[in-house]
Structures are given as C-alpha cells and as structure tokens.
Ligand binder design. Structure first.
Ligand code: C2E
Ligand code: MG
Ligand code: MG
Ligand code: MG
Length: 299
C-alpha cells in the first residue's frame, strides 16, 4: 500500500501530497524504508535472537525459552519486531527470515544442552505466511537433523489467526509436524477470533495466555475470570498452559493458585541476548544443587 500511495501522490503532483495526512505519509515512508532495508538485513547479518526464560511454576526452574527476533539496523537503529514482522509478512521476506530464526534458535539450544546447561525447550514464533510455503515442513526436519536437537525440545508458536486465514493449514500438515516430535502452542490465546473448534481438531499441546489478560488480573475481576477459565479449559483439554507478560508477584501468585503450569515475563526476566541468557543458566543452575536452581520468589 505504501508504494501505491507514493506512486499516486507522485502521479498527481506535488500539491496532492496534501491529501495524505503527515502521519500517513510518515507511516508509508517508514514502511518503504523498512522494506528496502529488510531485503538486505539477512545477508548483512543484522538480526539477532534474544531469549526469554519460561519458568515452571511448581519447581521454579527454567524449563524453556522463547526466541524473539531483534533487528539492529546501522541507520534505523534497533527496530522492534512489531515494526518489521508485518512488513516481512507482506513481502514474503518472513519465509527466509523465519528459516534463519528456526535454525539459529535450534542450534543455540543444542549448544546449551551440549554445554550441560539443561534439557530446555525453545519456542519459535511462526507467521501464518510461513505455512503457505511448501518448504516449511522439510526445512524444520532439515534443521532438526542438522542441529541434532531433540524434536521434543522445539516448540512452534502459532496464532489463532492462522486458523481463520485463507492459508489455514490442512489438519494433516499440523499432524505431520507433530509426527516429527515437535510441540505446538497457540500464542496470544484469547485475542484472536476465538473459535474453540480448532482446539479439538488440531493437535495443539500448549495455550499461551495473552499478556493483555494477565496484565490486569489483580485489578480487573473479568480478566481474572478469563485467565482462570483459560487455565481450566487448557487442563480439561489436557493441554499445558503458560502465562505471558507476568510482571508482578501478585500476578504470579494468582496464576499459581489457579494452577497455571508455566510463566514468562519481566517479573522473572526480560528477553536476553544469548550470552546473558547463558549467564543466567550458569548462575542459577550452577553446580546443580536444588537450592541453586532458579526459584521464583513468592510472598
Ligand atoms: P509474542 O510472540 O507474543 O512475544 C511476547 C512479547 O511480549 C515479546 O515482545 C516480549 O518481549 C514481550 N514480553 C514478554 N514479557 C513481557 C512482560 O512482562 N511485559 C511486557 N510488557 N512485555 C513482555 P517482542 O519481543 O517485542 O515481540 C513482539 C512480537 O513480535 C512477538 O509477540 C511475536 O508476535 C513477534 N515476533 C518476535 N520474534 C518473532 C519471530 O522470530 N518470528 C515471528 N514470526 N514473529 C516474531
Ligand atoms: Mg510468541
Ligand atoms: Mg504472545
Ligand atoms: Mg504474537
């Protein structure tokens, strides 16, 4: 849309720029700028992954991590994923970028496992757009083979929109993914066009409660009820459930009382660069005495 707007504006002449609000123009320009820079970002090695720990609420131990992409552009600076993932999806660039994320995250997790830092899971976000690419399944298989990562240590995060879009994957594609041994989760659960029917039709393992619900659980009775219901729904369907965006001890306490399985959020840790995440694993897991394991403090 950005290029069309620019083209029209050019064609109509300078004076017609007034039809576009400054905000719109700036947004279109930023999109165009991001799109062209994005084309070179992979070859220029401008992406990095940060890792956010996921903690088991029963034991307090780190049991996994979510890989989150970061883009360090020499002129644009640090571009957050919320500003470029959409452009990457629209241009199809998400396919090679997503493949890089998958390979990097799996290789990193395997390296940490080989270093004795634990048999952790790594979760990777998948865009709906990646499902329309025929190479998705073989490329996951290839990455698992090349890195030697135990498939059960890879989790693929899908969003509800996937099940409502025109690229809704055939049930059997997800079953074939499952048969590789990987885990499937639904990210941002509760924010999409929620349809419970896909939960029974698709082989899902984990629900991730969106942080917009978690945010207000201690001040908004409705959000508290929604979160409690999602946890019950997950467990009734024999799924595991993880809360995203946990920032306070009070939120954690509530989630624990409701029997939520895992949490992820700033309260425990922000997403960290690989070397810092590794330090966290080394410090906390150290020589392996149970008291040295990372514990989430609860009042
Ligand atoms: P997401 O998959 O739902 O990831 C969780 C987001 O919540 C991350 O934002 C994370 O930094 C943030 N977060 C975690 N804990 C807290 C907390 O306690 N408080 C607050 N306020 N935020 C918290 P981030 O890293 O900016 O990523 C935003 C979104 O970009 C992700 O949401 C995901 O949809 C997308 N994304 C990130 N990396 C990738 C990727 O490699 N591939 C694809 N397709 N999408 C990605
Ligand atoms: Mg996610
Ligand atoms: Mg999420
Ligand atoms: Mg998301």
């Amino acid at each position: 849309h950005a290029d069309i707007a620019m083209y029209r504006a050019k064609k109509l002449g300078r004076n017609n720029f007034q039809f576009y609000t400054p905000a719109m123009n700036e947004e279109s320009l930023e999109r165009v700028r991001i799109e062209s820079a994005l084309r070179n970002a992979l070859v220029r090695n401008e992406f990095v992954l940060h890792y956010q720990p996921q903690v088991d609420l029963q034991t307090g131990r780190i049991v996994g991590m979510e890989a989150l992409i970061r883009w360090k552009h020499p002129e644009l600076g640090m571009v957050p994923p919320t500003r470029f993932i959409g452009v990457a999806e629209d241009t199809g660039l998400i396919v090679p970028i997503g493949a890089w994320v998958m390979r990097t995250a799996c290789a990193q997790n395997k390296a940490w496992q080989d270093a004795g830092l634990g048999h952790l899971r790594v979760a990777v976000n998948l865009s709906a757009r990646q499902f329309s690419a025929t190479e998705l399944l073989p490329s996951i298989e290839q990455v698992l083979e090349d890195t030697g990562l135990d498939p059960s240590c890879l989790e693929l995060e899908l969003t509800e929109s996937l099940f409502m879009s025109d690229v809704t994957p055939a049930v059997d594609l997800l079953h074939r993914m499952k048969s590789l041994g990987v885990k499937l989760s639904i990210d941002d659960f509760g924010t999409g066009y929620s349809s419970f029917s896909y939960l029974s039709r698709f082989p899902i393992d984990v629900l991730k409660i969106d942080r917009s619900f978690v945010n207000d659980i201690t001040i908004d009775a409705n959000d508290a009820a929604i979160v409690a219901s999602i946890i019950a729904l997950a467990h009734n369907l024999r799924l595991s459930v993880i809360a995203e965006g946990v920032e306070t001890a009070e939120q954690l306490d509530y989630l624990r009382h409701q029997g939520c399985d895992e949490m992820q959020g700033y309260y425990f840790s922000r997403p960290l660069p690989a070397h810092e995440f590794e330090q966290l694993l080394r410090q906390r897991r150290g020589l392996g005495a149970p008291e040295d394991e990372p514990q989430v403090q609860v009042a």
